[in-house]
Design a binder for this molecule. Structure first.
Ligand code: FAD
Length: 477
């Protein structure tokens, strides 16, 4: 009775519902589907695929310790997955396939089609809700419908979690040696290498490997360090991009090297098990994990979110501007607003951007430039190492005021005041815009025309006040 554990964005062995179930049923083989054309369709960033490749290498070793082999299947698109999975199961005579569910519509369609085909051939496929603290679809309002507003959703989650803290499963026990017939198959890392996804040069690859070491051990180390020395100051420091005030665990959560349960339980433990009182740092951080939870529950409840649709249908009427040149200036960090350009350069150089800056650049694109949030969402996905469909979609719809619980359309961030408030001495700007490094703090947020010209730095591409009013008008309509 061979059993297959199908890995996706859950690249770990501990606290993995599908792997645990699989290994309790029979000798297990791990499989990972490499699907370059599908990834390109979903705008999966080359930096993220590189992170997956490195994480798969580490997973390979962790699974080998359990005597589980990890093999790769290569298909171009998910439409080809059911047949490839069936052939694989038949080849190794597998009777079961276990996987952890993903919340996007395409992911669910892929799984349903695979389930049906396998079932028609007598192979059992079973899915688990493992990517959230609570099962999507089970956190409902008094009226029995999914929450659309975060605060009551988070309260309801805390009430449930207070009485039943999530259980963090240990890694399964080592199994006897897996069947030798599989040894001839290729590893997913090799298949990704061969697919040559994206165009990362060696320098970028090396930088990413240093910034984001991709292993479960590295993830746990980062979590332990954050809990030990970052959690207590998190509430006060998280909004300042020049300070390492946040955990930088998002790539690990997005690829599933860490489970949300592991993070939440670690923070709760540091707060003596309290979810509503105690240290502000721990409470605020747990709240952020609940934002992640919220967006996943929303995505499962509202399929339109996976179909490029806004949560608020009336915002379909906003007349977004077609302005490819302006979009390009934003994307390349040449807007002439230092905090925005510094943020975009951080993204392009490291695959990550600070949360406060994500909100600032997203609001600038959708409000001051009045460019469709979907363009920004796709650009982020193409460049983020932590690109995560539910959180990215949620973040963009929040910023564009099209989302379930979003910023009101008339409350448009002023990027200059945000810059003065959250990067008061300009340290972050100086780091990413070395051409402005010599400017004093009072001038760095909005250099004078003379200072800009002398440093080859562009003039501000828009009038912030006028474009703010234009956005408010566009939304009023
Ligand atoms: P911490 O502050 O340490 O938070 C811990 C974890 O909680 C994060 O790793 C993340 O998993 C979760 N989290 C924190 N804030 C949020 C939030 N607002 N929404 C959802 N989850 C949150 N996050 C992604 O993981 N992937 C994305 O693709 C993504 N795109 C975004 C796009 C926009 C426009 C905005 C405004 C936010 C986006 N976020 C995204 C949310 C947030 O910016 C990142 O999760 C956070 O910056 C990651 O840094 P960290 O790990 O240090 O977070």
């Amino acid at each position: 009775n061979i059993s297959v554990c199908w890995f996706r964005t859950d690249l770990r062995v501990a606290d993995h519902a599908a792997l645990t179930a699989s290994m309790s049923v029979g000798p297990t083989v791990g499989v990972y589907v490499v699907s370059p054309s599908q990834w390109a369709k979903h705008d999966d960033a080359p930096v993220k695929v590189d992170f997956w490749r490195r994480a798969l290498k580490a997973l390979h070793a962790d699974l080998a310790d359990l005597n589980v082999l990890l093999v790769g299947l290569c298909v171009q698109e998910w439409a080809d997955v059911p047949q490839a999975m069936l052939e694989f199961c038949q080849k190794i005579q597998a009777s079961h396939v276990f996987c952890n569910r993903e919340s996007g519509v395409n992911e669910r369609q892929r799984d349903r089609a695979t389930y049906r085909l396998l079932q028609a051939h007598g192979i059992v496929m079973e899915g688990f809700d493992d990517a959230t603290l609570l099962k999507p679809g089970t956190v409902l309002t008094g009226a029995g419908v999914p929450y659309r507003v975060f605060t009551p959703f988070a309260k309801a989650c805390r009430e449930r979690l207070r009485t039943a803290m999530p259980v963090v499963l240990p890694a399964p026990r080592r199994q006897p040696m897996a069947p030798a017939s599989i040894l001839s198959l290729e590893t997913p890392e090799t298949l990704i290498d061969r697919a040559g996804y994206g165009d990362l040069n060696t320098q970028m690859r090396d930088r990413l490997a240093t910034l984001w070491p991709a292993s479960v051990d590295a993830a746990h180390e980062r979590l332990a360090q954050f809990i030990e020395s970052g959690l207590s100051a998190y509430h006060d420091q998280r909004d300042y991009p020049a300070i390492e005030g946040a955990s930088k665990l998002s790539p690990y959560l997005a690829a599933g090297l860490l489970s949300p349960r592991t993070c939440f339980v670690a923070a709760a433990r540091a707060n003596q098990g309290e979810l509503d009182s105690g240290a502000r740092g721990a409470l605020t951080w747990m709240n952020e994990l609940l934002w992640r939870e919220f967006y996943r529950h929303l995505m499962q409840a509202y399929p339109q979110l996976s179909m490029c649709k806004p949560m608020r249908p009336e915002t379909e009427k906003v007349a977004w501007r077609q302005a490819p040149d302006e979009f390009e200036r934003w994307a390349q960090g040449r807007t002439g607003v230092p905090v925005i350009d510094a943020a975009m350069r951080q993204l392009l150089a490291t695959g990550w951007m600070h949360n406060r800056l994500r909100m600032i650049v997203a609001m600038f694109l959708t409000k001051n430039l009045l460019i469709d949030w979907r363009q920004g969402e796709a650009f982020f996905m193409r460049h983020l190492i932590d690109g995560d469909f539910p959180s990215n979609n949620g973040g963009w719809q929040w910023s564009a005021s099209t989302g379930a619980d979003a910023a009101p359309y008339f409350r448009v961030f002023n990027p200059l005041s945000q810059s003065e408030k959250f990067d008061p001495d300009g340290r972050f700007i100086r780091h990413w815009l070395p051409e402005l490094a010599d400017l004093p703090a009072r001038e760095i947020h909005d250099p004078s025309p003379v200072a800009r010209r002398a440093r080859g730095y562009p003039d501000m591409m828009v009038d912030l006040k006028a474009t703010r009013l234009r956005a408010i008008d566009a939304f009023k309509v």
